[in-house]
Every structure is written in structure tokens, then in C-alpha cells.
Design a protein around this ligand. Sequence first.
Ligand code: DAH
Length: 219
Amino acid sequence: GWEVADGPELESEWYNFDALNIKPDHPAREMQDTFYVEPKNAHLLLRTHTSPVQMRAMLTRELPLYIVCPGQVYRTDELDATHTPVFHQIEGLVVGENISMANLQGTLQLIVQKMFGQDRSIRLRPSYFPFTEPSVEVDVSCFKCGGAGCNVCKKTGWIEIMGAGMVHPRVLEMSGIDAEKYSGFAFGLGQERVAMLRYGINDIRGFYQGDIRFSQQFK
Ligand code: DAH
């Protein structure tokens, strides 16, 4: 029952930040973090995450909502082995009646098993995002050592792979959804990061250099 939702890469400041309960003084809003587009008073930017699609979907689709949104995102990061100014995320959003943290947990568990194998389990750690409450960081049990501790999981047995949480009531209300009646969960993960872990790629620049030997190694 999931649908693929889409949003623009050139996004308004409102969808990218305000609609996600990210306040005007949040550091991510600074020029050093975000590519703004001229003229400044147009309040347009290259989206810094796929989360703005959450509000776009809530405003245009019927409940219950089950969407995933894969897409390109932009941050003014220096190019190095683990950062590129352009990368990809996958966002997920569910909104409906009686949606609980247990539904989030079950969904994440399934995603992780499909991506990293049937034997993988997840661990949720408390975290903070302005648009979810409560918020969690999601770890997957290490697919290389199975949890014993190795170089991939830095001897912890767990690998952090995404952020998630229950949609903040303020975010629901901003889209006109009754937060007393409906609830939801959301998650977001970095595609390159997952692929790098999965295939043991140690330099993110390989994805963008266009060297055919890079992609051919996965044949
Ligand atoms: N948008 C966040 C980021 O780019 C990732 C994220 C965290 C998305 C929690 C979510 C979420 O939907 O619930 O860092």
C-alpha cells in the first residue's frame, strides 16, 4: 500500500524548514550549511533533505498516508571521503489512525532485513529532530560480525543507519491534520551511506566520478 511521492529539488524555505518545525535560528538555516538561491527574498533553496516531501504529501493526499520519497539533496559540505555537496536520501512517512511507535519499529525492522539480510535486528536510541517527538537514531546489528564487534561497526556490534520518530503534533497541525485523531511516523536514510556500508565502499566520491570501473565491480 505504499506510494512513491515526489517533491522539487529547488524547494521553498517554508517546506524545507518551517513546515518541519525547524525554527528560524536553527544552525542548518545558515548560508554555510544551505544553498540559497537568488533573489534572497524569494526564500528558495536546494533542499537539504527529503523531509519537505512530508508536508507536500500531507497537504495533497488522502489519509491514511503511506509514502516513500527517494531523491537528491544538497548541503554545502566540503568534498571528502564521506561527504559530497550532492547526495541522496529516502524518506518514509505514515499518517493514519492508531499509528504507534510499534508500527515504526516493525517497519524499520522489515526495511533493515530487506537491505542487510534476514538475520539483522535493530536498536533504537533516543535522539532529537525538531519534526518528530519522540525521535530516534536507528542502528542495525553489524552485518559483518553479527554483533561480536569488528572494524565495520567500530567494535560496538551496531551501525547507525537512519533517523526516525513519531511525527510531531505541530507538523500534523500545520498541514491541517487533527493531531488528536491521527498520528504518524517518519524515517530518513542516506542512500550512499547504506550502499557504502553494504558494499564496503570507502570513498563516496566513487559514485560521482563516472569511472566505469567503479560501477563494473558490482556486476
Ligand atoms: N531529515 C533528517 C536529516 O536529513 C533525517 C530524518 C530524521 C528524517 C528523522 C526523518 C526523521 O523523517 O523522522 O538529517
